[in-house]
Design a protein around this ligand. Structure first.
Ligand code: C5P
Length: 309
């Protein structure tokens, strides 16, 4: 007889870049009011869940060593949250294959949490409504609802209140992954400090950027990319200035710090340009490693196997 190895569920979740990240004032609950235009990118994590005797987490791939495998990991918290809702033990083995840089400003932890919600909904046949998943996602973290949804969207509140944004065409990106990460709360705190000291410029509204997305023209989009967290990320990691300069010198249309950094994202004219920029940037010695990616792509979704594209 064949041994009864439980069949896994595999879910792929995208990374993200903020095309526009407008940061408002610090709220009483410790969060900042945001206006964020997100785009989901093809650089992804895959999460595999299967029935087991107890909850466990293993991590493979990109900087796996520094990812916690206990209750500090959002996938652990996602499993406990859904188990409570389902009235069962969170007895699952979760394997995370990381492609998204850890603490890189690309929502890697949020992607894993969103993927776990989708995977356990499927494994435990919960049949959750979209609205329920969105609510659990928002409880786990500000970026988790976007990791569920994917595509291109505008987020307000903590970033968790989402509306889809019309975006034509595929955009091509080069990502410069830094040595070491930045903790999101540290970057927000640094921005508060910079704002208390002086008055760094703040982004306006993203109307023109949304128009450029609807037109689907990277040349029009490039000068409109903006991130209010960038001065704070650069203050904590001044070497990122060189990375940003090297990307545009290599032929990118524009470069920005992705979210809270330290990953730098470079928008390119097309797929060929992205390959050329990535080759040049890789040789410039201004980052740990370089990846190409495209977007928008879908949010967390069940796939048949990890070789799927
Ligand atoms: O929601 P999440 O747990 O991912 O947020 C991590 C941290 O990032 C928060 O504790 C807070 O310091 C900062 N943050 C913020 N304003 C937001 C989102 C996150 O200050 N809108």
């Amino acid at each position: 007889m064949l041994s009864a190895v439980p069949r896994p569920v595999i879910v792929r979740a995208p990374s993200k870049v903020n095309l526009h990240l407008g940061v408002g004032d610090l709220r009483e609950d410790g969060y900042h009011e945001l206006t964020s235009v997100f785009q989901a990118l093809s650089l992804h994590d895959d999460i595999e869940v299967r029935d087991a005797d107890e909850l466990s987490v293993v991590v493979q791939g990109e900087s796996a060593r520094v990812v916690p495998t206990d209750h500090r990991n959002l996938v652990w918290q996602a499993a406990e949250l859904l188990a409570e809702r389902a009235g069962r033990d969170p007895a699952v083995a979760i394997a995370i294959a990381k492609g998204i840089p850890v603490a890189g400003g690309m929502a890697g932890g949020s992607a894993d949490a969103a993927a776990t919600l989708v995977a356990l909904d499927e494994l435990w046949e919960l049949g959750l409504e979209r609205a329920d998943l969105d609510e659990y996602a928002a409880r786990l973290g500000s970026d988790v609802p976007f990791s569920l949804r994917g595509g291109t969207a505008i987020g307000t509140g903590r970033g968790e209140k989402l509306l889809p944004v019309l975006s034509r065409n595929t955009f091509h990106w080069v990502l410069a992954l830094a040595k070491g990460g930045l903790r999101t709360p540290d970057v927000f705190r640094e921005l508060d400090r910079l704002r208390a000291e002086g008055d760094p410029p703040r982004l306006g509204d993203p109307d023109e950027l949304m128009h450029a997305l609807a037109v689907g023209d990277p040349h029009q989009l490039a000068p409109l990319l903006g991130n209010d967290l960038q001065p704070a990320a650069l203050s904590l990691k001044p070497e990122l200035r060189r990375t940003l300069r090297a990307g545009t010198a290599a032929g990118a249309l524009a470069g920005i710090v992705s979210g809270s950094g330290p990953t730098c994202a470079f928008l390119c004219a097309d797929a060929d340009a992205a390959v050329a920029v990535s080759a040049e940037l890789a040789g410039a010695g201004v980052c740990r490693t370089v990846r190409t990616a495209h977007g928008p792509v879908p949010g967390a979704r069940v796939i048949d196997d990890k070789t799927e594209h």
